[in-house]
Write a protein that binds this ligand. Sequence first.
Ligand code: ZN
Length: 377
Amino acid sequence: MPFSNVIGQERIIKLIKNSLKDGRIAHAYLFVGPDGIGKTMVAKTLAQALNCPRADSDACGRCPDCRRIEKLSHPDVNWVRPAGLSRQIGIDDIRGLRRQISLKPYQSRKKVYLIMEADRMTAQASNALLKTLEEPPADSILILISSHPSSLFPTIVSRCQMMRFSPLSPKRIEDYLVKKLNLSPNKARLLSLLSEGRLGKALSLQEKAVWEEREKILNLGSQISHQDDLEKLLQVAEKMLELTSNFREKLEERLKDELREVEGVFSKEQIGEIKKEKMAFLSGETRRKVGEILDIIIGYYRDLLVFKEGGEIINLDRKEEIEKRAVSVSSQAVSKIIKSIEETKGFIERNVNLRLSLEAMTMKIAEELEYARGSSS
Ligand SMILES: [Zn+2]
């Protein structure tokens, strides 16, 4: 899709478009900013703009090149993502990248390498990448993407052109939702608060299915502080896993369809690479999904605390319920619940088994609630 479809990040897009016009594109970029802010979207559009035969310094979004890049099925646009149990980008991943980079582009003008969560490169991988950054090949561009750039080697950061992505103001998101999507001011305000400056997030929340899922998650999550037996809490974990596996199955189907489309078009080796990228994408997206589910629940319990302290809550549509709940549970218990869920999120990001993590979380919360009740009586 063209750059004009990206809302916000105007400064960055202007810089990139000017460089495309003048043919002064950097050989390595580093895109930094919080998750869901648009880094991947802009990186993908840049990859398209570099390869699109139809648009000048932009992407048309409709030609075969643009569409293949969109579907992660372009042989000259390569994605590197953390994988394996440790969720790291290892030396072998970067060696593979260096091998490919030494070859001529398969069908396009520029090869693009997108390194997602670049901060998850091991020291060895970072050193190997550094060699490429020191002698950049003329027909390739690297885009490193990171929401934790402080974990990157300073030598890597210094060799990339850094672009800082910033959240949009809630007001800007609210106005966009009212003007472009005709949402009511109340709904637009709620979505802008829930999205924390990430327009992509706000847009996905206004889809019916996503909103209904949020309702389900909140109904589940809000039970956590009011269950007195472990069995019921484990059922909550079970239902969260169900939501996740539904998501995974749907995504898996979609990826299989996309793979079928490129079969016979590219060589066996290229299909192998594309398949590998898609599998890593599936695993990453599933974990991201669980993170999202947990974030919704954390948001709910933060609101309980905020309400107790007389602040402004975010889940405005649950105001009455939050007011009621806040009276019957202690701040201490709520803080412990939030802490346990945040820890679990960390485990899941580091690739600990989903089921184990969620079950361990509910057990820990049950113990803590038991303790909180015991000590208050
Ligand atoms: Zn195009």
